[in-house]
Design a protein around this ligand. Structure first.
Ligand code: ADP
Ligand code: MG
Ligand code: MG
Length: 252
Protein backbone atom coordinates (compact mmCIF):
# COMPACT_ATOMS: atom_id res chain seq x y z
CA UNK A 1 0.00 0.00 0.00
CA UNK A 2 1.51 3.31 -1.13
CA UNK A 3 0.44 6.92 -0.78
CA UNK A 4 1.49 9.96 -2.81
CA UNK A 5 0.64 13.05 -0.83
CA UNK A 6 0.75 16.58 -2.22
CA UNK A 7 0.23 19.36 0.29
CA UNK A 8 -0.23 23.06 -0.45
CA UNK A 9 2.10 22.89 -3.44
CA UNK A 10 3.13 26.24 -4.89
CA UNK A 11 5.25 26.32 -8.05
CA UNK A 12 6.69 29.16 -10.12
CA UNK A 13 8.40 29.38 -13.52
CA UNK A 14 10.63 32.06 -14.95
CA UNK A 15 9.08 33.72 -17.98
CA UNK A 16 10.15 36.62 -20.17
CA UNK A 17 7.97 38.83 -18.00
CA UNK A 18 9.44 37.62 -14.73
CA UNK A 19 8.48 34.99 -12.20
CA UNK A 20 5.01 33.54 -12.61
CA UNK A 21 3.20 31.45 -10.02
CA UNK A 22 1.51 28.53 -11.80
CA UNK A 23 0.52 26.21 -8.96
CA UNK A 24 -1.20 28.03 -6.14
CA UNK A 25 -1.70 25.54 -3.34
CA UNK A 26 -2.42 22.06 -4.66
CA UNK A 27 -3.65 19.39 -2.24
CA UNK A 28 -4.02 15.82 -3.47
CA UNK A 29 -3.65 12.30 -2.10
CA UNK A 30 -3.34 9.24 -4.35
CA UNK A 31 -3.22 5.73 -2.88
CA UNK A 32 -2.50 2.33 -4.40
CA UNK A 33 -5.36 1.00 -6.44
CA UNK A 34 -7.04 4.39 -6.78
CA UNK A 35 -7.50 6.28 -10.02
CA UNK A 36 -7.68 10.05 -9.80
CA UNK A 37 -8.51 12.20 -12.79
CA UNK A 38 -7.29 15.77 -12.85
CA UNK A 39 -9.36 17.71 -15.33
CA UNK A 40 -9.02 21.31 -16.29
CA UNK A 41 -8.88 23.84 -19.10
CA UNK A 42 -5.76 24.45 -21.16
CA UNK A 43 -3.19 26.51 -19.33
CA UNK A 44 -4.55 25.73 -15.87
CA UNK A 45 -1.24 24.18 -14.76
CA UNK A 46 -1.92 20.44 -15.14
CA UNK A 47 1.35 19.68 -16.91
CA UNK A 48 3.19 21.92 -14.45
CA UNK A 49 1.89 19.68 -11.69
CA UNK A 50 3.19 16.58 -13.52
CA UNK A 51 6.58 18.19 -14.22
CA UNK A 52 6.87 19.36 -10.62
CA UNK A 53 6.27 15.84 -9.30
CA UNK A 54 8.79 14.58 -11.87
CA UNK A 55 11.45 17.05 -10.72
CA UNK A 56 11.79 19.05 -13.94
CA UNK A 57 14.43 21.76 -13.28
CA UNK A 58 12.37 24.52 -14.92
CA UNK A 59 9.81 24.46 -12.13
CA UNK A 60 10.61 25.99 -8.75
CA UNK A 61 8.76 24.73 -5.68
CA UNK A 62 8.20 27.76 -3.49
CA UNK A 63 6.02 26.11 -0.84
CA UNK A 64 4.38 22.83 0.06
CA UNK A 65 5.37 19.19 0.16
CA UNK A 66 5.23 16.05 -1.97
CA UNK A 67 5.79 12.74 -0.20
CA UNK A 68 5.64 9.09 -1.22
CA UNK A 69 4.98 6.88 1.79
CA UNK A 70 6.28 9.68 3.97
CA UNK A 71 9.53 10.13 2.02
CA UNK A 72 10.28 13.62 0.72
CA UNK A 73 9.96 13.34 -3.06
CA UNK A 74 11.10 16.92 -3.63
CA UNK A 75 14.48 16.11 -2.08
CA UNK A 76 15.00 13.18 -4.48
CA UNK A 77 16.83 13.26 -7.81
CA UNK A 78 14.80 12.29 -10.86
CA UNK A 79 16.35 8.78 -10.73
CA UNK A 80 15.57 8.42 -7.06
CA UNK A 81 11.96 9.29 -7.74
CA UNK A 82 11.73 6.46 -10.26
CA UNK A 83 13.44 4.05 -7.86
CA UNK A 84 11.01 5.07 -5.10
CA UNK A 85 8.19 3.86 -7.36
CA UNK A 86 7.00 6.97 -9.16
CA UNK A 87 6.29 6.77 -12.87
CA UNK A 88 5.90 9.99 -14.81
CA UNK A 89 4.83 9.86 -18.42
CA UNK A 90 5.35 13.24 -19.96
CA UNK A 91 3.17 15.04 -22.42
CA UNK A 92 6.12 15.70 -24.73
CA UNK A 93 8.51 12.76 -24.41
CA UNK A 94 12.05 13.49 -25.54
CA UNK A 95 14.01 11.71 -28.25
CA UNK A 96 16.87 9.57 -27.04
CA UNK A 97 19.13 9.39 -30.09
CA UNK A 98 20.81 6.07 -30.79
CA UNK A 99 19.08 4.18 -27.97
CA UNK A 100 16.66 1.45 -28.98
CA UNK A 101 13.36 0.92 -27.19
CA UNK A 102 14.60 -2.50 -26.10
CA UNK A 103 17.80 -1.11 -24.51
CA UNK A 104 15.98 1.85 -23.05
CA UNK A 105 13.43 -0.38 -21.31
CA UNK A 106 16.09 -2.69 -19.92
CA UNK A 107 18.19 0.24 -18.67
CA UNK A 108 15.14 1.82 -17.05
CA UNK A 109 14.16 -1.49 -15.41
CA UNK A 110 17.70 -1.97 -14.12
CA UNK A 111 17.74 1.57 -12.71
CA UNK A 112 14.41 1.12 -10.96
CA UNK A 113 15.14 -2.36 -9.55
CA UNK A 114 18.79 -1.76 -8.71
CA UNK A 115 19.82 -4.85 -10.70
CA UNK A 116 19.43 -6.07 -14.25
CA UNK A 117 16.34 -8.21 -14.88
CA UNK A 118 16.96 -11.88 -15.68
CA UNK A 119 17.25 -12.00 -19.45
CA UNK A 120 14.88 -14.88 -20.21
CA UNK A 121 11.94 -13.67 -18.17
CA UNK A 122 12.61 -10.10 -19.26
CA UNK A 123 12.47 -10.92 -22.97
CA UNK A 124 9.25 -12.83 -22.35
CA UNK A 125 7.76 -9.97 -20.31
CA UNK A 126 8.60 -7.38 -22.98
CA UNK A 127 7.16 -9.56 -25.72
CA UNK A 128 3.97 -10.14 -23.78
CA UNK A 129 3.53 -6.46 -22.86
CA UNK A 130 4.11 -5.40 -26.47
CA UNK A 131 1.64 -8.00 -27.67
CA UNK A 132 -0.97 -6.71 -25.22
CA UNK A 133 -0.54 -3.21 -26.61
CA UNK A 134 -0.69 -4.58 -30.20
CA UNK A 135 2.82 -3.33 -30.90
CA UNK A 136 4.89 -4.70 -33.77
CA UNK A 137 7.95 -6.59 -32.37
CA UNK A 138 10.12 -4.49 -34.74
CA UNK A 139 9.22 -1.48 -32.62
CA UNK A 140 11.68 -2.71 -29.95
CA UNK A 141 14.60 -2.05 -32.31
CA UNK A 142 13.65 1.53 -33.14
CA UNK A 143 15.32 4.49 -31.46
CA UNK A 144 13.35 5.98 -28.60
CA UNK A 145 10.85 8.57 -29.80
CA UNK A 146 12.64 9.06 -33.13
CA UNK A 147 9.87 9.58 -35.64
CA UNK A 148 7.28 8.07 -33.30
CA UNK A 149 3.71 8.94 -34.12
CA UNK A 150 1.53 10.31 -31.32
CA UNK A 151 0.00 6.87 -30.86
CA UNK A 152 3.39 5.14 -30.76
CA UNK A 153 4.61 7.56 -28.09
CA UNK A 154 1.60 6.82 -25.94
CA UNK A 155 1.92 3.07 -26.38
CA UNK A 156 5.60 3.33 -25.51
CA UNK A 157 4.65 5.21 -22.33
CA UNK A 158 2.18 2.56 -21.28
CA UNK A 159 4.65 -0.19 -22.22
CA UNK A 160 7.13 1.39 -19.81
CA UNK A 161 4.51 1.59 -17.11
CA UNK A 162 3.53 -2.06 -17.55
CA UNK A 163 7.15 -3.22 -17.36
CA UNK A 164 8.45 -0.91 -14.62
CA UNK A 165 5.52 -1.66 -12.29
CA UNK A 166 5.51 1.65 -10.40
CA UNK A 167 3.62 2.27 -7.17
CA UNK A 168 2.13 5.52 -8.44
CA UNK A 169 1.87 6.58 -12.09
CA UNK A 170 1.30 10.13 -13.29
CA UNK A 171 -0.04 10.14 -16.84
CA UNK A 172 -0.30 13.53 -18.56
CA UNK A 173 -2.62 13.79 -21.58
CA UNK A 174 -2.29 10.10 -22.31
CA UNK A 175 -5.27 10.50 -24.61
CA UNK A 176 -3.98 13.34 -26.78
CA UNK A 177 -3.39 12.45 -30.40
CA UNK A 178 -4.98 9.00 -30.18
CA UNK A 179 -7.65 7.66 -32.47
CA UNK A 180 -10.42 5.62 -30.87
CA UNK A 181 -8.73 2.23 -31.39
CA UNK A 182 -5.41 3.41 -29.95
CA UNK A 183 -7.22 5.09 -27.08
CA UNK A 184 -8.90 1.79 -26.22
CA UNK A 185 -5.65 -0.17 -26.39
CA UNK A 186 -3.79 2.35 -24.26
CA UNK A 187 -6.66 2.48 -21.75
CA UNK A 188 -6.71 -1.32 -21.56
CA UNK A 189 -3.02 -1.16 -20.73
CA UNK A 190 -3.65 1.22 -17.85
CA UNK A 191 -6.52 -0.93 -16.60
CA UNK A 192 -4.34 -4.07 -16.83
CA UNK A 193 -1.63 -2.38 -14.77
CA UNK A 194 -4.27 -1.41 -12.20
CA UNK A 195 -5.55 -4.99 -11.99
CA UNK A 196 -2.14 -6.67 -11.98
CA UNK A 197 -0.11 -4.35 -9.78
CA UNK A 198 -2.58 -2.21 -7.84
CA UNK A 199 -0.82 0.92 -9.12
CA UNK A 200 -2.27 4.25 -8.05
CA UNK A 201 -2.96 6.42 -11.10
CA UNK A 202 -3.05 10.18 -11.44
CA UNK A 203 -4.59 10.72 -14.86
CA UNK A 204 -4.27 14.27 -16.14
CA UNK A 205 -6.55 15.20 -18.99
CA UNK A 206 -8.35 18.04 -20.66
CA UNK A 207 -10.96 15.82 -22.28
CA UNK A 208 -13.46 13.42 -20.73
CA UNK A 209 -13.31 10.76 -23.46
CA UNK A 210 -10.52 8.67 -21.92
CA UNK A 211 -12.66 8.41 -18.77
CA UNK A 212 -15.08 6.25 -20.70
CA UNK A 213 -12.35 3.60 -20.78
CA UNK A 214 -10.56 4.28 -17.51
CA UNK A 215 -13.05 4.78 -14.69
CA UNK A 216 -11.75 7.29 -12.15
CA UNK A 217 -12.57 6.81 -8.47
CA UNK A 218 -12.07 10.52 -7.90
CA UNK A 219 -12.26 13.55 -10.18
CA UNK A 220 -10.54 16.83 -9.32
CA UNK A 221 -11.36 19.95 -11.30
CA UNK A 222 -8.23 22.02 -11.76
CA UNK A 223 -8.48 25.74 -12.53
CA UNK A 224 -5.78 28.40 -12.35
CA UNK A 225 -3.31 26.30 -10.45
CA UNK A 226 -5.48 24.69 -7.84
CA UNK A 227 -8.21 22.12 -7.28
CA UNK A 228 -11.54 23.94 -7.20
CA UNK A 229 -13.94 21.00 -6.97
CA UNK A 230 -13.78 17.29 -6.22
CA UNK A 231 -16.14 14.41 -6.69
CA UNK A 232 -16.57 10.92 -8.09
CA UNK A 233 -16.80 9.86 -11.71
CA UNK A 234 -20.17 11.61 -12.01
CA UNK A 235 -18.26 14.91 -11.94
CA UNK A 236 -16.57 13.94 -15.21
CA UNK A 237 -19.98 13.37 -16.76
CA UNK A 238 -21.04 16.82 -15.65
CA UNK A 239 -17.89 18.36 -17.14
CA UNK A 240 -18.59 16.59 -20.39
CA UNK A 241 -22.07 18.13 -20.49
CA UNK A 242 -21.29 21.58 -19.10
CA UNK A 243 -17.61 22.27 -19.86
CA UNK A 244 -15.36 24.30 -17.59
CA UNK A 245 -17.15 27.66 -17.88
CA UNK A 246 -18.95 27.36 -14.57
CA UNK A 247 -15.67 26.82 -12.75
CA UNK A 248 -13.91 29.63 -14.60
CA UNK A 249 -16.63 32.06 -13.67
CA UNK A 250 -16.66 30.88 -10.07
CA UNK A 251 -12.91 31.29 -9.86
CA UNK A 252 -12.70 34.75 -11.44
P1 ADP B 1 -1.95 22.75 -18.84
O1 ADP B 1 -1.14 21.50 -18.85
O2 ADP B 1 -3.08 22.71 -17.87
O3 ADP B 1 -2.43 23.15 -20.19
P2 ADP B 1 0.56 24.07 -18.22
O4 ADP B 1 1.03 23.56 -16.91
O5 ADP B 1 1.20 23.55 -19.44
O6 ADP B 1 -1.03 23.95 -18.31
O7 ADP B 1 0.73 25.66 -18.24
C1 ADP B 1 0.18 26.50 -17.23
C2 ADP B 1 0.61 27.94 -17.45
O8 ADP B 1 2.01 28.04 -17.15
C3 ADP B 1 0.48 28.43 -18.87
O9 ADP B 1 0.10 29.79 -18.83
C4 ADP B 1 1.86 28.26 -19.44
O10 ADP B 1 2.10 29.18 -20.47
C5 ADP B 1 2.73 28.52 -18.25
N1 ADP B 1 3.99 27.76 -18.29
C6 ADP B 1 4.13 26.44 -18.08
N2 ADP B 1 5.40 26.05 -18.19
C7 ADP B 1 6.10 27.17 -18.51
C8 ADP B 1 7.48 27.43 -18.77
N3 ADP B 1 8.39 26.48 -18.72
N4 ADP B 1 7.81 28.71 -19.06
C9 ADP B 1 6.88 29.68 -19.10
N5 ADP B 1 5.59 29.50 -18.88
C10 ADP B 1 5.19 28.26 -18.58
MG1 MG C 1 -1.34 28.15 -0.19
MG1 MG D 1 -0.73 20.10 -20.26
Amino acid sequence: MSTLEIRDLHVTVETENGTKEILRGVDLTVKSGETHAIMGPNGSGKSTLAYSIAGHPKYTITAGTVTLDGEDVLAMSVDERARAGLFLAMQYPVEVPGVTVSNFLRTAKTAVEGEAPKLRTWVKDVKEAMGNLRMDPAFAERNVNEGFSGGEKKRHEILQMELLKPKIAVLDETDSGLDVDALRIVSEGVNRAKDNTDVGVLLITHYTRILRYIKPDFVHVFVEGRVVEEGGSELADRLEAEGYDRFLAANA
